[in-house]
Design a protein around this ligand. Structure first.
Ligand code: SAM
Length: 220
C-alpha cells in the first residue's frame, strides 16, 4: 500500500531522475521529459523493488524479464521523434512503462508481449492510470502485429539478430524503427528511417537487452 509520504518521496525521486539521468545526459525532447515526469514508474515494478523504481538501471519484473533502465527508455522514445499523431507498434510490453510513455506521446499504441502474465499486469496498471489509447496482444512480436497494418513508428525492446523481416515490412514509408540489434553479449541501438522502401540506419549507442524470442528473433 502506497501512503501519501511514499507519494511525495516518489515524486522527489522522479524529479531527480529527470534532472540527473535524463536531462543531465542527452534527453532534450521536452515532451519526453514532461511525460516521464508524470508517469509513476513505481507502479510498474514488483513491490519489493519499488524503492529502486527511479534508479537508473534495469529491474526484474518476473518471467526472467526486466524493465529497462529509465535513460534507455527515454533515449529510445526521443529517437522516435513523436509529435502526437503517430501510430506506434511496440514489441515487448514487459512492465508496460515504455507503453505508458508512448501512449502519452502518440495517438495510438499497439503493444505485443510473449508472456500473458506480463501483458495482463501491464494492462491492469495502464487501466489504473486511465490510459485508453493502447491495444494489447500476446504472441510472437518478431512476426509483427497479428493483423496487416502499417505503423509510423516501431520500437523493439528486446535484442534482434538483424533489422529485417515482417517487422520492418510493417513500417510505413517515412516511418522510424528503433531497436537493439546484435548478439547475446551486447547490441547496438539502431534507429532507421524508411525511404522509398529502404531503411537508412543510424547507430545510436551500445546497449544490452534481453533476447527477442521468436521466429525472426532468437530461439529460447
Ligand atoms: N519496455 C519494457 C518495459 O518498459 O518494461 C521492457 C521490456 S523487456 C526489456 C523485453 C520484453 O520483450 C520482455 O517482456 C520479453 O518477454 C519480451 N519479448 C521477448 N521476445 C518477444 C517476442 N517475440 N514477442 C513479444 N515480446 C517479446
Amino acid at each position: 500500500m502506497v501512503s501519501f509520504d511514499d507519494k511525495d518521496r516518489y515524486a522527489i525521486r522522479r524529479q531527480a531522475m529527470i534532472d540527473y539521468d535524463l536531462r543531465g545526459h542527452d534527453i532534450r525532447d521536452p515532451r519526453v521529459l514532461d511525460a516521464a515526469g508524470r508517469i509513476p514508474r513505481e507502479l510498474f515494478i514488483p513491490e519489493k523493488y519499488a524503492g529502486n523504481a527511479y534508479d537508473d538501471n534495469p529491474l526484474p519484473i518476473g518471467m526472467g524479464q526486466t524493465i529497462s533502465q529509465p535513460y534507455i527508455v527515454a533515449l529510445m522514445t526521443q529517437t522516435l521523434k513523436l509529435s502526437g499523431d503517430e501510430t506506434v507498434l511496440e514489441i515487448g510490453t514487459g512492465s508496460g512503462y515504455q507503453t505508458a510513455l508512448l501512449a502519452e506521446l502518440a495517438e495510438r499504441v499497439y503493444t505485443i508481449e510473449r508472456f500473458n502474465e506480463l501483458s495482463e499486469r501491464a494492462q491492469a496498471v495502464l487501466a489504473k492510470l486511465d490510459c485508453c489509447n493502447v491495444d494489447f496482444a500476446v504472441g510472437d512480436g518478431s512476426c509483427g502485429w497479428p493483423e496487416p497494418m502499417q505503423f509510423d513508428r516501431i520500437i523493439v525492446t528486446a535484442a534482434m539478430p538483424e533489422l529485417a523481416g515482417p517487422l520492418t515490412d510493417q513500417l510505413a514509408e517515412d516511418g522510424i524503427i528503433v531497436a537493439p540489434v546484435g548478439g547475446m553479449l551486447g547490441q547496438e541501438l539502431i534507429a532507421a528511417r524508411k525511404h522509398k522502401g529502404h531503411l537508412a540506419a543510424t547507430p545510436i549507442c551500445g546497449c544490452r537487452f534481453v533476447k527477442l524470442i521468436g521466429q525472426y528473433g532468437y530461439s529460447e
